[in-house]
Design a protein around this ligand. Structure first.
Ligand SMILES: NC(=O)c1ccc[n+]([C@@H]2O[C@H](COP(=O)([O-])OP(=O)(O)OC[C@H]3O[C@@H](n4cnc5c(N)ncnc54)[C@H](OP(=O)(O)O)[C@@H]3O)[C@@H](O)[C@H]2O)c1
Length: 205
């Protein structure tokens, strides 16, 4: 069954971007944490240079994903991924479809009728694989609506001090998560937590 999985790089003090929306520091591990090349794919293919454990983590993650769900700010910052996201069809939550979109390339879709509709559409497009989610505000909405199945955070060995926080505005805090799976890379620790549904005591990952 298709799962909805938040995927974010985060500083140890909880920020996913700096005060100017910059991700250079939290994304540094993708480009400078080892000698193993990982080809990310997409319209504007990037090659990451990571440690062996991070490369294994990325290979497993990429094979699990079939679609992506983001907020409009992430779409804007990423300049629309050149119209083709590496994880598959992209669904972008927005109140206003940007000028010049949608483009003839059908791989970026705009959703204006809410988070539940976005999840439904992304799951349908994922072909049984998981939907990866980017964007702090979007992830908070999914948590608050009980629509998120797992949180994957790549904790960069970094204290940013300020910026965009991943876990602001939670409706049901404290929220107890399941036990994490942990992969130690170099300069980054990959964590995967199951999100427990209301009434569940299952803590397995
Ligand atoms: N560290 C990482 O791994 C990582 C990954 C991705 C992004 N980022 C960073 O995270 C930041 C973006 O996250 P964010 O939390 O600021 O924003 P976001 O979740 O990407 O986008 C939020 C925007 O999406 C639209 N939206 C959200 N929910 C909606 C709904 N239910 N209905 C209609 N429109 C909706 C709204 O835009 P409109 O009202 O304008 O339509 C809202 O302002 C940026 O700084 C980016 O660089 C970091």
């Amino acid at each position: 069954m298709s799962k909805v999985v938040a995927i974010m790089s985060m500083s140890l003090d909880g920020y996913v971007a700096d005060l100017n929306d910059g991700v250079t520091e939290v994304f540094d591990w993708y480009f400078n944490s080892g000698d193993v090349a990982f080809h990310a794919g997409g319209a504007d293919p990037m090659t990451f240079k990571v440690s062996a454990p991070s490369a294994e983590h990325l290979r497993a993650l990429w094979s699990e994903l079939g679609a992506v769900l983001t907020g409009r700010r992430t779409f804007d910052k990423a300049e629309g991924w050149g119209g083709n996201h590496a994880w598959g069809p992209a669904f972008v939550l927005t109140h206003h479809i940007p000028a010049g979109w949608p483009r003839p390339n059908p791989n970026v879709h705009f959703v204006t009728d809410g988070i539940e509709s976005a999840v439904k559409q992304a799951k349908a497009a994922a072909g049984g694989k998981s939907v990866g989610v980017h964007g702090a505000d979007t992830i908070q909405q999914l948590l608050n609506a009980g629509l998120l199945d797992a949180i994957r955070v790549d904790i960069a060995a970094l204290l940013l001090g300020s910026g965009v926080r991943l876990f602001d505005h939670l409706a049901d805090a404290p929220a107890v998560l399941g036990s994490p799976r942990v992969i130690a890379g170099i300069g980054v620790t990959h964590l995967r937590y199951p999100v427990r549904k209301a009434g569940s005591n299952d803590r397995a990952s």
